[in-house]
Design a protein around this ligand. Structure first.
Ligand SMILES: Nc1ncnc2c1ncn2[C@@H]1O[C@H](COP(=O)(O)OP(=O)(O)OP(=O)(O)O)[C@@H](O)[C@H]1O
Ligand SMILES: [Mg+2]
Length: 268
Protein backbone atom coordinates (compact mmCIF):
# COMPACT_ATOMS: atom_id res chain seq x y z
CA UNK A 1 0.00 0.00 0.00
CA UNK A 2 1.18 3.52 -0.80
CA UNK A 3 0.27 6.33 1.57
CA UNK A 4 0.64 10.02 0.84
CA UNK A 5 0.27 11.86 4.15
CA UNK A 6 -0.23 15.63 4.45
CA UNK A 7 2.08 16.19 1.48
CA UNK A 8 2.79 19.65 0.08
CA UNK A 9 5.30 20.47 -2.63
CA UNK A 10 6.63 23.91 -3.53
CA UNK A 11 9.18 24.80 -6.19
CA UNK A 12 11.45 27.82 -6.27
CA UNK A 13 10.51 30.06 -9.19
CA UNK A 14 12.67 32.17 -11.51
CA UNK A 15 11.03 35.24 -9.87
CA UNK A 16 12.79 34.31 -6.63
CA UNK A 17 9.69 33.22 -4.69
CA UNK A 18 8.08 29.78 -4.36
CA UNK A 19 5.16 28.20 -6.16
CA UNK A 20 3.08 25.67 -4.22
CA UNK A 21 1.95 22.93 -6.58
CA UNK A 22 0.55 20.39 -4.12
CA UNK A 23 -1.09 21.44 -0.86
CA UNK A 24 -1.69 19.05 1.99
CA UNK A 25 -2.53 15.97 -0.06
CA UNK A 26 -3.72 12.77 1.60
CA UNK A 27 -4.12 9.67 -0.56
CA UNK A 28 -3.84 5.90 -0.28
CA UNK A 29 -3.28 3.41 -3.08
CA UNK A 30 -4.14 -0.18 -2.18
CA UNK A 31 -1.79 -3.01 -3.22
CA UNK A 32 -2.70 -4.18 -6.72
CA UNK A 33 -4.98 -1.22 -7.41
CA UNK A 34 -4.96 0.49 -10.83
CA UNK A 35 -5.48 4.23 -10.36
CA UNK A 36 -5.50 6.92 -13.05
CA UNK A 37 -4.66 10.56 -12.36
CA UNK A 38 -6.53 13.06 -14.54
CA UNK A 39 -6.31 16.82 -14.40
CA UNK A 40 -5.38 19.97 -16.27
CA UNK A 41 -1.85 20.64 -17.40
CA UNK A 42 0.34 21.97 -14.61
CA UNK A 43 -1.79 20.77 -11.68
CA UNK A 44 0.99 18.53 -10.33
CA UNK A 45 0.37 15.00 -11.66
CA UNK A 46 4.01 14.44 -12.66
CA UNK A 47 5.10 16.03 -9.39
CA UNK A 48 3.03 13.46 -7.49
CA UNK A 49 4.51 10.60 -9.57
CA UNK A 50 8.03 11.92 -8.93
CA UNK A 51 7.33 12.11 -5.18
CA UNK A 52 6.11 8.49 -5.10
CA UNK A 53 9.07 7.43 -7.27
CA UNK A 54 11.35 9.11 -4.73
CA UNK A 55 12.99 11.36 -7.35
CA UNK A 56 12.00 14.47 -5.38
CA UNK A 57 11.16 15.10 -1.72
CA UNK A 58 8.01 16.73 -0.34
CA UNK A 59 8.27 20.22 1.14
CA UNK A 60 5.94 19.01 3.90
CA UNK A 61 4.47 15.64 4.87
CA UNK A 62 5.58 12.09 4.15
CA UNK A 63 5.05 9.23 1.69
CA UNK A 64 5.15 5.54 2.58
CA UNK A 65 5.24 2.18 0.82
CA UNK A 66 3.95 -0.51 3.14
CA UNK A 67 4.55 1.77 6.14
CA UNK A 68 8.18 2.36 5.09
CA UNK A 69 8.99 6.01 4.42
CA UNK A 70 9.97 6.84 0.82
CA UNK A 71 13.35 8.55 0.94
CA UNK A 72 14.54 7.90 -2.63
CA UNK A 73 14.03 5.64 -5.64
CA UNK A 74 13.81 1.87 -5.06
CA UNK A 75 13.82 -1.31 -7.17
CA UNK A 76 10.22 -2.12 -6.22
CA UNK A 77 9.07 0.97 -8.18
CA UNK A 78 9.24 1.05 -11.99
CA UNK A 79 8.68 4.36 -13.73
CA UNK A 80 7.67 4.99 -17.35
CA UNK A 81 8.13 8.64 -18.24
CA UNK A 82 6.27 10.77 -20.76
CA UNK A 83 9.47 11.00 -22.82
CA UNK A 84 11.29 7.68 -23.13
CA UNK A 85 14.82 7.60 -21.77
CA UNK A 86 16.86 4.78 -23.29
CA UNK A 87 20.58 4.13 -23.30
CA UNK A 88 21.55 5.37 -26.79
CA UNK A 89 24.58 3.06 -27.02
CA UNK A 90 22.50 -0.10 -26.43
CA UNK A 91 20.17 -1.87 -28.86
CA UNK A 92 16.47 -2.32 -28.11
CA UNK A 93 17.16 -5.84 -26.82
CA UNK A 94 20.09 -4.69 -24.67
CA UNK A 95 18.04 -1.83 -23.24
CA UNK A 96 15.27 -4.19 -22.13
CA UNK A 97 17.77 -6.73 -20.76
CA UNK A 98 19.79 -4.06 -18.90
CA UNK A 99 17.97 -4.21 -15.54
CA UNK A 100 17.86 -8.01 -15.60
CA UNK A 101 21.62 -8.18 -16.14
CA UNK A 102 22.13 -5.68 -13.30
CA UNK A 103 20.18 -8.09 -11.12
CA UNK A 104 22.47 -10.89 -12.32
CA UNK A 105 19.70 -13.00 -13.81
CA UNK A 106 20.95 -15.96 -15.87
CA UNK A 107 21.66 -15.30 -19.57
CA UNK A 108 18.99 -17.74 -20.66
CA UNK A 109 16.33 -16.07 -18.47
CA UNK A 110 17.39 -12.58 -19.68
CA UNK A 111 17.17 -13.62 -23.33
CA UNK A 112 13.78 -15.34 -22.95
CA UNK A 113 12.20 -12.58 -20.84
CA UNK A 114 13.52 -9.85 -23.15
CA UNK A 115 12.19 -11.59 -26.26
CA UNK A 116 8.82 -12.14 -24.60
CA UNK A 117 8.53 -8.44 -23.72
CA UNK A 118 9.73 -7.22 -27.12
CA UNK A 119 7.04 -9.41 -28.63
CA UNK A 120 4.46 -8.01 -26.18
CA UNK A 121 5.17 -4.42 -27.22
CA UNK A 122 5.43 -5.35 -30.93
CA UNK A 123 9.15 -4.61 -31.19
CA UNK A 124 10.67 -8.06 -31.74
CA UNK A 125 11.53 -7.22 -35.34
CA UNK A 126 13.56 -4.22 -34.11
CA UNK A 127 15.44 -6.04 -31.34
CA UNK A 128 18.83 -5.09 -32.79
CA UNK A 129 17.98 -1.48 -33.61
CA UNK A 130 19.58 1.44 -31.75
CA UNK A 131 17.25 4.05 -30.20
CA UNK A 132 18.16 6.86 -32.63
CA UNK A 133 16.89 4.73 -35.53
CA UNK A 134 13.45 4.26 -33.91
CA UNK A 135 10.40 6.55 -33.82
CA UNK A 136 9.26 8.18 -30.57
CA UNK A 137 6.43 5.68 -30.15
CA UNK A 138 8.79 2.74 -30.75
CA UNK A 139 11.26 4.08 -28.18
CA UNK A 140 8.40 4.43 -25.71
CA UNK A 141 7.43 0.79 -26.23
CA UNK A 142 11.02 -0.28 -25.50
CA UNK A 143 11.01 1.86 -22.34
CA UNK A 144 7.79 0.15 -21.22
CA UNK A 145 9.26 -3.32 -21.90
CA UNK A 146 12.39 -2.39 -19.94
CA UNK A 147 10.33 -1.46 -16.86
CA UNK A 148 8.04 -4.50 -17.12
CA UNK A 149 11.09 -6.83 -17.32
CA UNK A 150 11.72 -6.19 -13.64
CA UNK A 151 8.17 -7.07 -12.49
CA UNK A 152 7.99 -4.02 -10.22
CA UNK A 153 5.50 -4.12 -7.33
CA UNK A 154 4.62 -0.51 -8.12
CA UNK A 155 4.24 0.75 -11.67
CA UNK A 156 4.27 4.53 -12.11
CA UNK A 157 3.32 5.60 -15.63
CA UNK A 158 3.25 9.22 -16.78
CA UNK A 159 1.26 9.52 -20.03
CA UNK A 160 3.07 6.47 -21.41
CA UNK A 161 0.98 6.05 -24.56
CA UNK A 162 0.39 9.69 -25.46
CA UNK A 163 2.75 9.58 -28.48
CA UNK A 164 1.20 6.48 -30.03
CA UNK A 165 -1.39 6.16 -32.77
CA UNK A 166 -4.83 5.11 -31.56
CA UNK A 167 -4.58 1.47 -32.67
CA UNK A 168 -1.22 0.94 -30.99
CA UNK A 169 -2.45 2.75 -27.90
CA UNK A 170 -5.53 0.58 -27.55
CA UNK A 171 -3.49 -2.57 -28.25
CA UNK A 172 -0.99 -1.62 -25.55
CA UNK A 173 -3.74 -0.69 -23.10
CA UNK A 174 -5.00 -4.28 -23.40
CA UNK A 175 -1.47 -5.68 -23.04
CA UNK A 176 -0.90 -3.51 -19.98
CA UNK A 177 -4.13 -4.82 -18.44
CA UNK A 178 -2.92 -8.39 -19.17
CA UNK A 179 0.40 -7.72 -17.43
CA UNK A 180 -1.37 -5.97 -14.55
CA UNK A 181 -3.80 -8.90 -14.24
CA UNK A 182 -0.95 -11.41 -14.12
CA UNK A 183 1.28 -9.91 -11.41
CA UNK A 184 -0.92 -7.10 -10.08
CA UNK A 185 1.51 -4.24 -9.57
CA UNK A 186 -0.01 -1.23 -7.83
CA UNK A 187 -0.34 1.00 -10.87
CA UNK A 188 -0.58 4.80 -10.86
CA UNK A 189 -1.12 6.04 -14.39
CA UNK A 190 -1.28 9.68 -15.53
CA UNK A 191 -3.38 10.47 -18.57
CA UNK A 192 -5.21 13.35 -20.21
CA UNK A 193 -7.66 10.96 -21.83
CA UNK A 194 -10.93 10.43 -19.94
CA UNK A 195 -11.61 7.41 -22.14
CA UNK A 196 -8.25 5.83 -21.30
CA UNK A 197 -8.82 6.42 -17.57
CA UNK A 198 -12.26 4.78 -17.67
CA UNK A 199 -10.98 1.88 -19.79
CA UNK A 200 -8.02 1.09 -17.55
CA UNK A 201 -8.57 1.96 -13.96
CA UNK A 202 -10.22 0.80 -10.76
CA UNK A 203 -10.34 4.39 -9.60
CA UNK A 204 -9.82 7.84 -11.11
CA UNK A 205 -8.41 10.69 -9.07
CA UNK A 206 -9.18 14.08 -10.56
CA UNK A 207 -6.56 16.64 -9.64
CA UNK A 208 -6.84 20.42 -9.84
CA UNK A 209 -4.57 23.35 -9.16
CA UNK A 210 -3.51 24.09 -5.57
CA UNK A 211 -4.91 24.57 -3.03
CA UNK A 212 -7.77 22.22 -4.06
CA UNK A 213 -5.47 19.53 -5.43
CA UNK A 214 -7.70 16.46 -5.11
CA UNK A 215 -11.01 17.33 -6.69
CA UNK A 216 -12.61 13.91 -7.05
CA UNK A 217 -11.90 10.30 -6.17
CA UNK A 218 -14.08 8.23 -8.43
CA UNK A 219 -14.23 4.39 -8.34
CA UNK A 220 -14.86 2.77 -11.75
CA UNK A 221 -17.12 -0.20 -11.15
CA UNK A 222 -17.48 -1.37 -14.78
CA UNK A 223 -16.67 -5.05 -15.37
CA UNK A 224 -13.57 -5.89 -17.42
CA UNK A 225 -13.07 -6.28 -20.33
CA UNK A 226 -14.76 -2.90 -20.79
CA UNK A 227 -16.66 -1.84 -23.85
CA UNK A 228 -15.81 1.71 -24.92
CA UNK A 229 -19.02 1.90 -26.93
CA UNK A 230 -21.42 0.85 -24.17
CA UNK A 231 -23.85 3.28 -22.55
CA UNK A 232 -22.47 2.52 -19.10
CA UNK A 233 -18.95 3.36 -20.24
CA UNK A 234 -20.12 6.64 -21.76
CA UNK A 235 -22.12 7.54 -18.65
CA UNK A 236 -18.99 7.18 -16.51
CA UNK A 237 -17.04 9.30 -19.02
CA UNK A 238 -19.69 12.02 -18.85
CA UNK A 239 -19.56 12.10 -15.03
CA UNK A 240 -15.79 12.54 -15.12
CA UNK A 241 -15.99 15.18 -17.85
CA UNK A 242 -18.47 17.20 -15.77
CA UNK A 243 -16.04 17.06 -12.85
CA UNK A 244 -13.12 18.11 -15.11
CA UNK A 245 -15.19 20.97 -16.55
CA UNK A 246 -15.17 22.74 -13.19
CA UNK A 247 -11.39 23.12 -13.45
CA UNK A 248 -9.35 25.82 -15.15
CA UNK A 249 -7.70 25.27 -18.51
CA UNK A 250 -4.50 26.85 -19.68
CA UNK A 251 -5.92 27.67 -23.14
CA UNK A 252 -9.34 29.24 -22.56
CA UNK A 253 -11.11 31.14 -19.78
CA UNK A 254 -13.05 28.75 -17.54
CA UNK A 255 -16.34 30.63 -18.00
CA UNK A 256 -16.36 30.18 -21.79
CA UNK A 257 -15.34 26.56 -21.63
CA UNK A 258 -17.99 25.58 -19.08
CA UNK A 259 -20.68 27.28 -21.20
CA UNK A 260 -19.54 25.43 -24.31
CA UNK A 261 -19.37 22.06 -22.56
CA UNK A 262 -22.71 22.31 -20.76
CA UNK A 263 -24.26 23.13 -24.13
CA UNK A 264 -22.62 20.02 -25.62
CA UNK A 265 -23.81 17.83 -22.73
CA UNK A 266 -27.40 19.15 -23.05
CA UNK A 267 -27.40 18.33 -26.75
CA UNK A 268 -26.14 14.77 -26.41
N1 LIG B 1 11.63 21.17 -11.21
C1 LIG B 1 10.74 22.15 -11.20
N2 LIG B 1 11.08 23.41 -10.84
C2 LIG B 1 10.18 24.39 -10.80
N3 LIG B 1 8.87 24.23 -11.10
C3 LIG B 1 8.46 23.00 -11.47
C4 LIG B 1 9.37 21.90 -11.54
N4 LIG B 1 8.69 20.80 -11.92
C5 LIG B 1 7.42 21.20 -12.10
N5 LIG B 1 7.29 22.51 -11.82
C6 LIG B 1 6.04 23.30 -11.88
O1 LIG B 1 5.06 22.62 -11.13
C7 LIG B 1 3.79 22.70 -11.75
C8 LIG B 1 3.24 21.29 -11.93
O2 LIG B 1 4.05 20.60 -12.86
P1 LIG B 1 3.78 19.08 -13.22
O3 LIG B 1 4.79 18.70 -14.22
O4 LIG B 1 3.69 18.27 -11.98
O5 LIG B 1 2.31 19.22 -13.86
P2 LIG B 1 1.44 18.12 -14.64
O6 LIG B 1 0.11 18.07 -13.96
O7 LIG B 1 2.17 16.85 -14.77
O8 LIG B 1 1.25 18.84 -16.05
P3 LIG B 1 1.15 18.16 -17.55
O9 LIG B 1 -0.24 17.59 -17.63
O10 LIG B 1 1.34 19.33 -18.45
O11 LIG B 1 2.23 17.13 -17.68
C9 LIG B 1 3.98 23.47 -13.05
O12 LIG B 1 3.62 24.81 -12.82
C10 LIG B 1 5.48 23.38 -13.29
O13 LIG B 1 5.97 24.54 -13.93
MG1 LIG C 1 3.06 15.84 -16.40
Amino acid sequence: MITVKNVSKSYATARGDTDTVLTDINLTFEAGEFVCLLGPSGCGKTTLINLIAGFISPSKGELFINQKAITGPGPERGVVFQDPTLFPWLTAHQNVAFGLRQRRREDQYCAAKTSELLELVGMKRHANAYPHTLSGGMRQRIAIARVLALNPKVLLMDEPFCNLDINSREYLQDKLLEVWGSFKPTTIYVTHSVEEAVYLSDRVIIMGPAPRCIVDNHPIRLKRPRNRLSNNFNNVMTTLRISLDTLPCCLAPLEKRVKRNSHEIQNR
